[in-house]
Design a protein around this ligand. Structure first.
Ligand SMILES: Cc1cc2nc3c(=O)[nH]c(=O)nc-3n(C[C@H](O)[C@H](O)[C@H](O)COP(=O)(O)OP(=O)(O)OC[C@H]3O[C@@H](n4cnc5c(N)ncnc54)[C@H](O)[C@@H]3O)c2cc1C
Length: 296
């Protein structure tokens, strides 16, 4: 296939790559193509070459993604080569493939406050912006100045924060666009004070979340004024197991893969939780996890 040969010159192209190796839930069948561009300009060029009828999936660390067992008949775009983080005074710029934990480290090193929560959230900055990641009362939109995106046709455009609608765990990006970098303005503080806040956040996390088994973090968004975990627990589903997937008995808004769980196992648990919470509390739980190729 000639377009595939052409983009293979712009990075690394693999075929039939199991998505279970690229999601923190360790679930998902093969992606037809898996492409890792060597840089932003190579990625832009590849987008101009990939036919418009081929589905694209921008992928960070796959920490908020549920991929079907039959896989993805399109091209996954991996940002692993775009991982630079630069700091100038109180401005931090991160490419999409930079790990959020690495950004947290840089913040501590440079004495920049406002993104401490990134020390506790898995994933890359591109995925973080797409989800408007947040925790402990902070979210990316609070300190974001601008982002650079690549449109599906390969053009680069800068968006200022006020041009973007960013709400709880959601950013409205132009259709099929990719985040390639983001810029933040942060506050000056002592490195040790920042590190101490990060340590406390990590400690809180490890005592309340089932981090030893593959998972995707919170499965559902918290409904206004309540907690999805409380609702699921009170609906009697904590510990519920389908196949090899279980609603965690440590935190009911987590589904864990106990080894060999399928996407169907997880989807069944998601539907059960939604139905049970709807029946008991008349509240519709909205998934936070991005379910590829469907909605729950
Ligand atoms: C143990 C655990 C704890 C977690 N805790 C939190 C938490 O406290 N707060 C929180 O907000 N989240 C949390 N999460 C969820 C997850 O870490 C975040 O949603 C994170 O931002 C996802 O980043 P990612 O790189 O893994 O994105 P992915 O899962 O790879 O992708 C998520 C979505 O973003 C899209 N995307 C990825 N990269 C790009 C890009 N460059 N351009 C455009 N779209 C893109 C994908 O197509 C997909 O739709 C947790 C997850 C785990 C496993």
């Amino acid at each position: 296939m000639s377009w595939a040969q052409d983009i293979a010159k712009l990075g690394r192209l693999d075929e039939q790559v199991p998505m279970s190796a690229h999601t923190t839930l360790a679930i998902g069948g093969p992606a037809h193509w898996y492409f890792r561009a060597t840089g932003i300009h190579e990625l832009a060029e590849a987008l101009r070459i990939i036919p418009l009828d081929i589905a694209i999936l921008p992928l960070g660390r796959g920490s908020n993604l549920l991929v079907p067992d039959h896989g993805f008949d399109g091209i996954v775009l991996d940002f692993g080569e775009l991982s630079q983080i630069t700091v100038a005074d109180t401005t931090l710029t991160a490419e999409a493939g930079a790990r959020m934990s690495k950004v947290a480290q840089q913040c501590a090193t440079h004495g920049l406050a406002g993104l401490e929560f990134l020390a506790t959230v898995p994933g890359d900055m591109g995925g973080g912006i797409a989800m408007n990641a947040g925790a402990f009362g902070q979210q990316l939109s609070d300190t974001l100045l601008s982002i650079q995106i690549l449109h599906r046709h390969g053009e680069i455009e800068t968006f200022q924060r006020d041009q973007l609608q960013m709400i709880y765990r959601h950013t409205s990006l132009p259709k099929k666009s990719l985040v390639v970098s983001s810029v933040f303005t942060l506050n000056i503080d002592k490195s040790e004070a920042i590190r101490e806040r990060m340590r406390n956040m990590r400690k809180q996390r490890s005592s309340t979340q089932p981090l030893a088994l593959p998972n995707c973090g919170s499965v559902f968004k918290n409904p206004e004024g309540d907690y999805a975990a409380r609702l699921i627990e009170e609906a009697g589903l904590k510990g519920k197991k389908i196949g090899h997937a279980t609603i965690s008995s440590t935190h009911a808004n987590f589904i864990v893969n106990e080894g060999g769980a399928s996407c169907e196992d997880v989807l069944t648990l998601i539907n059960m939780a939604q139905q049970a919470v709807q029946a008991k509390f008349d509240i519709r739980l909205e998934p936070e996890v991005r379910i590829m190729g469907g909605s729950a």
